[in-house]
Design a protein around this ligand. Structure first.
Ligand SMILES: [Zn+2]
Length: 295
């Protein structure tokens, strides 16, 4: 099933409008304000959950329609080849966490933690929009592929979040749950809100080397039918209209995984929701859709 998001137009100059000056282009500001949530707030949440050990996790937001770019600044920085061409990303402006950046440092040091980049007109290189302290995350290729896939489908999502949700990742150590259908049956069955807010289920990508083109390709393919994808023995990645929405799409199924593992560790056999109980959740799903809270 292909999920279709509902575009939420951003008013030019409105509250969601982003000035790259907050990242230091024009100097001064201290916060990385991006639509749908603040990068510092999201990073704090990831740390609180225990999903951001060392430099784990990376985030990006396509701010092309939102960014007030200081062109004079951009011209000072050289183009860096991307290795692959991303034609649908030509000219896009992305805020993305830097290689080695700690989520716990984003609030304190947003400019040192997040890079602002612009993709070249032919999609084969990028340019830093401020001083190139550190390059984008090692998972840059994954973020680019996912963003490109979103643009090719004219999707509403602009934010990509990758993190290491502990319980969800733990499930993928069991071969039983390394099959997408079985994994979704488990996650839907442990809590009704997973079915309500992720009716299409989570996607699943078998283990592939982190930061590899293979992982990027498999993730972008899985994202065509899902908003959140679980990486075997590694973590999860989600897309949202903003960072908060992407976070929720990982947090919600992780709650199910946690309930399941808690039951098992207590010696309980979790019953799970019945087919009838799951079917009647369609009404709740429609209610939240009507509020524009989700799909
Ligand atoms: Zn990771």
């Amino acid at each position: 099933m292909v999920w279709a998001g509902v575009p939420r137009p951003i008013q030019r100059g409105g509250p969601d409008w982003v000035r790259l000056s907050v990242l230091g282009c024009a100097g001064g500001a201290t916060r990385t304000i991006i639509p749908g949530g603040d990068a510092g707030d999201l990073a704090r949440l990831l740390c609180e959950r225990g999903w951001a050990e060392r430099n784990a996790g990376n985030i990006s937001v396509d701010v092309t329609e939102l960014a007030a770019i200081v062109r004079e600044e951009t011209d000072r920085h050289p183009l860096v080849p991307l290795g692959l061409a991303y034609p649908d990303m030509a000219g896009r402006v992305i805020l993305i966490s830097r290689s080695g950046a700690r989520m716990r440092d984003v609030s304190r040091d947003p400019a040192g933690s997040m890079a602002a980049i612009e993709i070249a007109p032919d999609g084969s290189a990028y340019r830093a929009l401020r001083e190139a302290a550190r390059p984008p995350t090692s998972e840059f290729c994954v973020h680019l592929r996912v963003h490109q896939s979103l643009r090719m489908r004219s999707a509403a999502q602009r934010a990509v979040v990758h993190t290491h949700p502990t319980e969800l990742t733990a499930l993928t150590q069991a071969q039983d749950y390394c099959e997408q259908a079985k994994l979704n049956d488990l996650l839907w069955g442990m809590h009704p809100e997973v079915k309500v807010f992720i009716p299409e289920g989570v996607g699943f990508v078998p283990y592939l080397r982190p930061a590899s083109e293979e992982l990027a390709e498999a993730t972008a393919a899985a994202m065509e039918g899902h908003r959140v994808v679980v990486w075997e023995k590694h973590g999860a990645i989600a897309v949202g209209r903003g960072l908060a929405e992407a976070f929720d799409l990982i947090d919600t199924p992780n709650k199910s995984a946690k309930i399941y593992l808690l039951c098992r560790s207590a010696g309980l056999r979790p019953a799970g929701l019945t087919e009838t109980e799951l079917a009647e959740l369609k009404e709740v799903e429609q209610f939240f859709k009507s509020l524009g809270d989700d799909a």
